[in-house]
Design a protein around this ligand. Sequence first.
Ligand SMILES: [Zn+2]
Length: 188
Amino acid sequence: MVQHERCRSAATLSKSVAADFPLHESDSMTAIDDAQQANRRFAEDYRLGQLPMRPAKKLAIVACMDARLTIEPALGLKTGDAHIIRNAGGIVTEDAIRSLLISHHLLGTEEWMIVNHTDCGMLTFKEEELVAKLRAQSKTTPVTPVHFHAFRDLEENVRHQVRKVRSHPGCRATSGCGGSSMTLGLEC
Ligand SMILES: [Zn+2]
């Protein structure tokens, strides 16, 4: 019941944020409107808020953001079992490390896992080409990340990300924080 109220307030918060950023008449946000409507229906029956904040399987996963990659069912996980940290490519960035350290030191995860997948968009471009494209579109030097982390070899990328986790001082200083890797095959 407590979570029920929390979800209602989240929906209210969305309206508040929307009020702070009013749309122009020409703006089309159909997908966001649909999502907010769906969330209001979802909140009516949401009962998983009673689950502990700490992941039940003491597992944290860094995974690609690919829309086809449904991490929890793919790995036999239920809601509440694991932290799932997602970005383009499942890359161990500084921000992913930030989340992993919070996950371990504050929320008790003990195993970390890197999940990349076949047919990843990060295999389809070169860093310099994307920077050139952005530069051409903006007609000036665009502000871009230091690296987009495009890669050419999927399995080598997984190994590289695991090495980054294992060599990080915050990981080495803690017990039971080894990295694992898994390559998922997508049925495309
Ligand atoms: Zn991907």
